[in-house]
Design a protein around this ligand. Structure first.
Ligand code: NAG
Ligand code: NAG
Ligand code: NAG
Ligand code: NAG
Ligand code: NAG
Length: 434
């Protein structure tokens, strides 16, 4: 009996020796996966970032063009692995921050001396503030393309501390925003750097739970259908940041593409071509892709030309226009409209990209929003006469279309609607095989 503590100690030693000598070589994922769920109230898309020690599943708004991850550090941020890099360190410069900050309250996450600061940005309400640049541990699921697999850790994922008031306007239960934009500290770049995989990610949004993949494909959806992009177009850089607040001279972290014409049933909508280009000095104009706009937003003159052309085309098909229902400006009775696998059989919208053969086609499922039993509306909204960006392709138009961003080769690819391919973005199998 007296020897039992010794025996257990010995056993412990043997167990720890054997587990270390047989430990698997560290696992390096080729890709990571995150769920992306639509919030039915705000129509925002949210994801969950497992952060901190002990781990907290932080629900955050999925912001495709956002510069970085930011979370509320003022309320309930507890973590033994929270770190704030010292000002003028390499991390601060990677985050685009020079200078040193001070905090005149007791130290806590978000409040330390000699750290550097960033500008957490609520891109929904366009409100930004200043906050400490920080790093903490994040756990995320790897994937082989078909299912989530082993969980992997990133010990020092860089983010920016936000404040509680900055959460106003975000989906209920969220504590910040996950920026997927093109910046050194955007999540796609940090994920790629952590595991040395390609700086590439793909997003498949849907009205329920969709998915985002980081790294290389395949992208496989039930019942076992691998999805690839059918067309690509260059990603364009807007030399002037489109964020609410930003370090001077910083370029936009949002994803711009070159829409050169908009057609309805192959007929070109007459629009001022200047508006479709990004002005190199002011950064005004052009077309970006956004997950914080629920519907595509068009500058007023484009919007007016587009809705009248659409209504004309619909009238030609005996589709009856009815009173508008805000925020939409063109609504129709469903009376004479058939339904196909691609949604209502309505005039097709074509976004012509860098050349006439590369066309993003938008069918009924992505163009028409059902507002009542017998009324559907064209899911595009008026962005005003001084719109900073002329065309903002929003969430509804992106759903059930796998879109891919290759940051190394600056290409944007899309699968086109999956609805004709007997699957959709809700069909990723989230059952872990780890
Ligand atoms: C930062 O330094 C100032 C001045 O020395 C001090 O008053 C303050 O308490 C310090 N703040 C923190 C968070 O340590
Ligand atoms: C991923 O792993 C699962 C479980 O091992 C397997 O069934 C599936 O075929 C794999 N998918 C790919 C694309 O390798
Ligand atoms: C086209 O838009 C540009 C930029 O807003 C403007 O300067 C120009 O006058 C417009 N051209 C026409 C023909 O309306
Ligand atoms: C539209 O309705 C009119 C009158 O009901 C009919 O003559 C015409 O053939 C219809 N056109 C189409 C395209 O269905
Ligand atoms: C999802 O993946 C799991 C694990 O590979 C598998 O057991 C299950 O059958 C899959 N679900 C469907 C609907 O195929």
């Amino acid at each position: 009996m007296a020897s039992s503590p010794f025996i257990s100690l010995l056993l412990l030693l043997i167990i720890s020796l054997s587990s270390s000598s047989f430990a698997q070589p560290s696992f390096r994922p080729k890709a990571l996966v995150l769920p992306v769920t639509k919030d039915q109230t705000t129509l925002q898309y949210t994801t969950v970032i497992n952060q901190r020690t002990p781990l907290v599943p932080a629900s955050v708004v999925f912001d495709l063009g956002g510069r970085n991850l930011w979370v509320d550090c003022d309320r309930g941020y507890v973590s033994s692995t929270y770190r704030s890099p010292r000002c003028r360190s390499a991390v601060c410069s990677r985050a685009g921050s020079d200078g040193c900050s001070q905090c005149f309250s007791p130290p806590r996450p978000g409040c330390n001396n000699n750290t550097c600061s960033g500008t957490p940005d609520n891109t929904v309400t366009r409100t930004a503030t200043s906050g400490e640049i920080a790093a903490d541990e994040v756990s995320i699921q790897s994937t082989n393309g078909s299912n989530p697999g082993r969980i992997v850790q990133i010990p020092d994922l860089v983010f920016v501390c936000g404040a509680t008031f900055l959460l106003q306007g975000l989906a209920s239960g969220t504590v910040g925003m996950a920026g997927m934009g093109r910046h050194n500290i955007g999540l796609p770049s940090q994920f790629a750097a952590a595991f040395s995989f390609n700086r590439k990610f793909a997003v498949c949004l849907t009205s329920g739970r969709g998915v985002a993949f980081f790294g290389n494909g395949p992208y496989v959806f039930l019942p076992g259908i691998p999805i690839s992009t059918v067309a690509t177009t260059p990603l364009l850089i807007n030399p002037v940041s489109t964020a609410s607040a930003f370090p001077s001279g910083e370029k936009s972290s949002e994803y711009f593409i070159g829409v050169t014409a908009i057609k309805i049933d192959e007929k070109t909508v007459p629009i001022n071509a200047t508006l479709l280009k990004i002005d190199g000095t002011t950064g005004v104009g052009g077309t970006k892709i956004s997950t914080v706009n629920p519907y595509t937003v068009l500058e007023t003159s484009i919007y007016n030309a587009f809705t009248s052309a659409y209504a004309r085309e619909a009238a030609g098909r005996n589709i009856t226009r009815v009173a508008s229902v805000a925020p939409f400006g063109a609504c129709f009775s469903t009376e004479n409209i058939g339904v196909t696998r691609l949604g209502y059989a309505v005039p097709e919208i074509q976004l012509v990209l860098h050349n006439n053969d590369v066309v993003w086609r938008i069918f009924g499922a992505n163009s028409m929003v059902s507002v009542s039993d017998d009324v559907i509306c064209l899911g595009f909204v008026n962005g005003g006469v001084n719109a900073r960006t002329s065309v903002v392709i929003g969430g509804y138009q992106l759903e059930d279309n796998l879109i891919e961003f290759d940051l190394a080769s600056n290409r944007f690819g899309f699968s086109s609607t999956l609805l004709g391919r007997r699957t959709n973005c809700a069909n990723f199998n989230f059952t872990s095989t780890a």
